[in-house]
Structure formats: structure tokens, C-alpha cells
Unconditional design. Structure first.
Length: 93
């Protein structure tokens, strides 16, 4: 269970963890996002010349009933990804 910056809750399930490829895959089971069938993979790619890292975050999902695909995409990017990436960046800075 995760808590969003607005105190909303997200219930997720880890479905894959690949240490060798620095990747994890999870599904959202319940959240305030207007999506269904959400499955996502995050992967960290090393950047050798700077000793940094590059994060890719890929997801597939459908818009929940009563919502347009654009509403679903906007909600995922603005309500989930943007705050999570900002918090990760702040934690690692």
C-alpha cells in the first residue's frame, strides 16, 4: 500500500523483480486513478560516463468506465508519475 502526496491510497502488487536488469513490474489493484488493468515496469539504466542513472517507467492501462483515455493518461502522468519522480529525485539529491 502506498500513500500519495494528497493522502490517497494505492494498493499495488509486485509481479516481477529482475535484479540483473534493475527492473520491477507491478500492477495497481486499487487507486483513485481513473484507470483499469494498470501494469507497469520501471527500469534503472546506469550511465557509465557520469556515474548516474536513467529511469524508464512504462505502463499499459485502460481508461476506467466513465473516463476518456486522455483523462486516464493525464491522471497517471500528473497525479502519479510526476510527484513520485519528484520525490525520488529529492530523496537521491
Amino acid at each position: 500500500m502506498l500513500t500519495g502526496t494528497d493522502d490517497s491510497t494505492y494498493r499495488e502488487r509486485l509481479v516481477g523483480l529482475d535484479d540483473a536488469h534493475r527492473a520491477l513490474t507491478y500492477e495497481i489493484l486499487d487507486s483513485p486513478l481513473p484507470v483499469s488493468g494498470y501494469r507497469s515496469t520501471m527500469r534503472v539504466w546506469p550511465i557509465a560516463d557520469t556515474q548516474g542513472a536513467f529511469l524508464t517507467w512504462h505502463a499499459t492501462f485502460d481508461a476506467a468506465d466513465g473516463h476518456t483515455p486522455q483523462q486516464a493518461v493525464t491522471a497517471v502522468t500528473e497525479e502519479a508519475y510526476a510527484p513520485a519522480i519528484a520525490a525520488l529525485h529529492q530523496t537521491l539529491s
